[in-house]
Ligand binder design. Structure first.
Ligand code: ZN
Ligand code: ZN
Length: 149
């Protein structure tokens, strides 16, 4: 279709794009959600597929835990989807992440804030400079100590 000027063409294109989006909105959203689930499953597999504390393998309740804290900060910037994409594209390492079920993830936060090992029940972590280490299982954390209040 010929247009009189560039601006008219832009308006038509824009209207077409909006119409196309509205027609395909449900499918686009569904595909986005499916992609997110697929990526989440892949990241779970990369992190061993089970909770590091209790061993549960039910992917529906498994969560990616930031060992040194600041998980909510990174999620705020990139979103969970963004973090998963970076991992799968090889742009983010897994070194400061582990996999925990929802309950163990809550206990992680609880224990860490009290200087206890997140993997052993009621074992005090030993402070060594900027590192905390469990004398029982050898679990180590570093920067979390800075976010302790
Ligand atoms: Zn667990
Ligand atoms: Zn331990």
């Amino acid at each position: 279709m010929p247009y009189k000027d560039k601006q008219t063409k832009q308006i038509h294109d824009r209207a077409f794009n909006i119409e196309w989006y509205l027609k395909n909105k449900d499918r686009i959203i569904r595909e986005k959600i499916e992609k997110h689930h697929t990526n989440r499953r892949k990241v779970i597999e990369l992190l061993g597929g089970k909770c590091v504390r209790c061993g549960i393998t039910d992917w529906r309740i498994l969560q990616v835990n930031h060992i040194n804290g600041n998980g909510s900060k990174e999620r705020k910037i990139k979103g969970s989807s963004g973090i998963f994409r970076e991992i799968l594209n090889g742009k983010r390492t897994l070194i400061d992440l582990d996999l925990r079920c929802a309950n163990c993830n809550i206990l992680y936060e609880y224990d860490m804030r009290r200087g206890k090992c997140a993997n052993c029940y009621q074992v005090d972590l030993i402070k060594d400079g900027q590192t905390l280490e469990c004398p029982k299982c050898g679990f180590r954390i570093t920067t979390f100590i800075k976010s302790l209040k």
